[in-house]
Design a protein around this ligand. Structure first.
Ligand code: UD1
Ligand code: UDP
Length: 365
């Protein structure tokens, strides 16, 4: 029996690792252990509950407004202890967070092979997204298996000198999670008027803290005031640098609804109900095209170029005037809207977790 430790730290890691954990648990050759770093607390717990996953180990790492340096320092020390105790045959980590980099480095020092889920995404700009591009690049140098979601992610890894035999193109596990959740998404019970169009908003990137995020909020306020017949819904990320500014700038606008983060199935229902989506999230860029929803991305660069190339995602930056112009255009011009509402899934077919498990089985069994 082999022991595989699956590490999750934040909301998106849990969503994207859940299909892999659940698929591995069906295999007879493997003892699956789940380690929550709990870099996020409430956001992580919300997702784990919704997928019925209970961590075997919990590092409880989140501190209010934690710095990246103190977070990674604590994680490395705690992971050192856990790896010595658990001695797994392999570790799986997902994405580009501080938890992932800490995990890859600790495992490298302990000579434990790591499988990197969602490997090879690149903007080629270390400042965008910050610090995630650097986290993902450094993780890529340390791991044994690269589970790349797309052919272009594979190309990025080859360009960096990764051996082709160590890369498996799997699709993104977020589509596995999305299809499972969409099948059981509840009716959206958020007191919204189904006859009015809905703009769904999310924003939380560190490189936007301060002036860019303030500009985003001012643009949202203007859009809501100019379009009183349109409803806006913004589940606000709990990071204080976001939450405090969002509430100060956007509370009290009659057609603008701020709410706490939604559990996964409710958020999927909100995406399904939305007319368009305005976001700087990575995962939302991948999910919304599969639901046929146009996405305007408030970033200058994306490590997920496929949907931009195929026309269902547009990069609009964080300049307030550009945001207003881009949203207004889609609200006013139905043909421009229809050209983006394609209903294609450039990031996966819902079978990614199975491909990852097959690759691990081939190696270990
Ligand atoms: C992290 C990831 C980012 C990912 C995002 C997903 C890093 C560097 N960043 O950013 O890549 O896109 O998660 O959401 O790994 N907080 C709570 N409750 C929670 C979660 C967070 O209160 O459940 C607050 C805490 O004050 C915490 C702060 O948010 O200190 C920041 O959390 P952190 O994980 O450091 O970064 P995020 O900005 O959430
Ligand atoms: N999400 C959620 N509830 C919300 C907002 C987002 O479940 O209120 C999900 C969303 O469907 C996506 C993931 O969270 O799968 C994205 O997480 P986030 O934007 O925090 O991180 P990123 O993907 O940018 O790293």
């Amino acid at each position: 029996m082999k022991k595989i430790l699956c590490v999750v730290g934040t909301r998106p890691e849990a969503i994207k690792m859940a299909p892999v954990i659940l698929a591995l648990k069906k295999e007879r050759w493997v003892d699956v252990r789940v380690l929550a770093t709990a870099q996020h607390r409430h956001l992580l717990d919300q997702i784990l509950v919704s997928f019925g996953i209970e961590p075997d180990i919990d590092l409880d790492a989140m501190r209010p407004n934690q710095t990246l340096t103190s977070l990674i320092a604590h994680l490395l020390l705690d992971l050192d202890t856990v790896l010595l105790q658990e001695r797994p045959d392999a570790v799986l980590a997902q994405g580009d967070t501080t938890s992932v980099l800490a995990c890859a480095l600790a495992c490298f020092y302990h000579r434990i092979p790591v499988g990197h889920v969602e490997a090879g995404l690149r903007t080629w700009d270390m400042q965008q997204p910050f610090p995630e591009e650097a986290n993902r690049v450094m993780t890529g140098r340390l791991v044994r298996w690269h589970f790349a979601p797309t052919a272009s992610a594979r190309q990025n890894l080859l360009k960096e000198g990764v051996c082709a035999a160590d890369i498996v193109v799997t699709g993104n596990t977020v589509i596995d999670a999305l299809l499972t959740a969409a099948a059981r998404a509840p009716a959206l019970n958020l007191d919204l008027d189904p006859s009015r169009r809905l703009v769904l908003v999310t924003s939380h990137r560190r490189e936007h803290f301060g002036a860019p995020f303030l500009d985003i909020c001012r643009a949202l306020r203007t859009l809501a005031e100019r379009n009183p017949e349109v409803q806006f819904l913004y589940p606000v990320h709990p990071n204080p640098n976001i939450k405090e500014v969002a509430h100060a700038c956007l509370a009290g606008i009659p057609n603008f609804r701020l709410c706490a983060p939604l559990d996964y199935t409710t958020f999927i229902a909100a995406m399904q109900a939305a007319y368009l989506i305005l976001t700087d999230s990575g995962g939302v860029q991948e999910e919304a095209p599969a639901l046929g929803k146009p996405v305007l991305v408030m970033r200058d660069e994306t490590e997920r170029p496929e949907a931009v190339e195929q026309g269902c995602v547009k990069l609009i930056g964080t300049n307030g005037d550009h945001i207003i112009e881009a949203v207004q255009h889609l609200l006013d011009d139905e043909s421009a809207y229809r050209a983006m509402a394609l209903g294609i899934s450039p990031y996966g077919d819902g079978q990614a977790a199975g491909r990852i498990v097959n690759a691990l089985r081939e190696h270990f069994v």
